[in-house]
Write a protein that binds this ligand. Structure first.
Ligand code: ARE
Ligand code: CA
Length: 459
């Protein structure tokens, strides 16, 4: 379904990428609850392949070995404790579920929870899955079983995404195992799911799985509540599969949003802030109620996924704060903020060779805890963009403005804009290089005072 199941109609969630469950529980209590965050997208909680070359990349968590809750973020007990403590603070948990595939082809071993797997015999003993539970090369139709052509919908859905063993979701048994996993998470008290690689699954198979899901746990949600579903479908146009094929099942991740916002704030492609008045549907994006929006995500902040060079991240901190402020102020889509860890880039031939680096870890590969300094920001390599004062305050703005449309749009024809949200909130943004913003503007409805604004320009 499309509604996020937040408490008190809260309007934004944050992706605490690679955080440990114990740290997320503490963050719900000391920060997210008090500052009105609606929920957290957590990294995949199920057992994954241990990758040692390169050494423990972040992306090993996208290679499932079983559905036992045992990863570098914590075990089953830690996960349950987090879900309970966050819900007690009115902060929901949304799980990143990787159900299109298991791990990459090649080799055998044991996962983060100790389960045995063999990618030649296609044995995953912790589920269990075996050879019959995967799409074979015949159904896929390419010589090496991998996806080569995004213009061919059958290939995209039945072949292997970057050599990841592709589950046979048409099978009743496979659907049952996945539904059991999701229902287990629901029984613990999660509010919904970010569905990884949804473009690589047939909408009908996904509908069959979602149809088997239980209602949410009544310890935290009204009876009859259905899980919030948002699906990772990258649709920038020009491919065989469009995001509209999925919107009857829930929201889709609107990748055009962050890409275009990047162009606008960077002033590339002839873009400027004045063009944002009809951002969203007016720019060929999904309907408001079908969209999950974000400035950057864990892929495109490091050159994976889609969006390319225009994507703004914590490295462009000033533009990033402005883009986040616009996203949180503007009434379109359900908002997800990114919260990252730092890594040193190593550019060679236009590519960051360090794009694989995993979360801050000790010498044995254990993920480090998040420590909070006396400025209220994070240490140990955790960026905590959600704690930046401007970002955090704009979450309050969005909550206060909820249900009120955009009014009193003003722009200078270039890179200064302002608008109000009914009589609840007002924002002015100046992204000019040199000129200050000096204007007399309507800040609310007709009875509200008109105020004079002076905002310095960027330089
Ligand atoms: C890793 C290695 C590979 C290796 C594989 C298997 O990097 O070289 O073959 O393991 O051994 C993440 C990483 C991958 C990583 C994978 C598994 O990004 O590098 O592979 O984990 O460890 C497409 C998909 C989209 C996907 C992006 C990344 O459509 O669903 O690629 N995004 C999700 C997650 C990722 C994750 C996976 C899926 C896999 O968010 O974090 O991968 O679970 C165009 C198309 C897009 C396409 C994009 C990039 O824009 O329109 O559809 O996205 O190009 O190819
Ligand atoms: Ca598939």
């Amino acid at each position: 379904q499309h509604a996020p199941n937040t408490a008190d109609n809260k309007q934004a969630i944050v992706h605490l990428f690679e955080w440990r469950w114990a740290d997320i529980a503490a963050e719900c209590e000391r920060f997210l609850g008090p500052y009105g965050f609606g929920g957290v997208q957590v990294s995949p909680p199920n057992e994954n392949r241990v990758i040692t070359s390169p050494n423990r990349p972040w992306w090993e968590r996208y290679q499932p070995i079983s559905y036992h809750l045992n990863t570098r973020s914590g075990n089953d007990e830690d996960f349950k404790d987090m879900v309970h403590r966050c819900n007690e603070q009115g902060v929901r948990i949304y799980v990143d579920v990787v159900i299109n595939h298991m791990c990459g082809a090649g080799g055998s071993g044991h996962g983060t929870g100790g389960s045995y797997f063999n990618t030649d015999s296609l044995e995953f003993s912790g589920v269990p899955f075996g050879a019959n539970d995967f799409n074979d090369c015949g159904t896929c139709g390419t010589s090496d079983c991998n996806i080569h052509n995004y213009g061919d919908a059958n290939q995209v859905r039945n072949c292997r995404l970057v050599a990841l063993l592709d589950l046979k979701l048409s099978s009743d048994y496979v659907r049952g195992k996945i539904a059991d996993y999701l229902n287990y998470l629901i029984s613990i008290g999660v509010a919904g799911f970010r569905v990884d690689a949804a473009k690589h699954m047939w909408p009908g198979d996904m509908a069959a799985i979602f149809g088997r899901l239980s209602d949410l746990n009544t310890a935290y949600f009204p009876s009859g509540s259905r899980p919030f579903i948002f699906m990772e479908v990258i649709d920038l146009g020009g491919e065989a599969i469009s995001s509209s094929e999925y919107t009857h099942l829930g929201r889709i991740t609107e990748f055009k949003y962050g890409m275009q916002l990047g162009y606008v704030f960077r002033k590339q492609n002839g873009q400027k802030l004045a063009h944002l008045a009809n951002f969203g549907e007016g720019w060929g994006m999904q309907l408001d109620n079908n969209a999950l929006v974000f400035v950057d995500n864990h892929d495109n902040q490091r050159g994976h996924g889609a969006g390319g060079q225009s994507i703004l991240t914590f490295r462009d901190s000033r533009l990033y704060k402005m883009a986040n402020a616009f996203m949180l102020a503007f009434p379109y889509g359900f908002v997800r903020m990114m919260s990252s860890f730092y890594w040193d880039q190593w550019w060679e031939g236009g590519k960051d060779k360090n794009d694989w680096i995993g979360p801050p870890a000790d010498g044995s590969g254990n993920t480090m805890g998040v420590s909070i300094n006396n400025m209220g920001t994070c240490d140990n390599g955790w960026m905590c963009e959600h704690r930046w004062r401007q970002n955090r305050n704009m979450v309050t703005f969005r909550n206060v403005a909820a249900g009120h449309g955009m009014y009193n749009w003003w722009d200078n024809g270039n890179n200064q804009i302002a608008f109000s949200r009914g009589d609840r909130a007002f924002i002015a943004i100046n992204n000019e290089d040199w000129s200050a913003l000096d204007a007399t503007l309507q800040t609310g409805d007709d009875e509200d005072p008109i105020i004079a604004i002076h905002a310095d320009s960027k330089v």
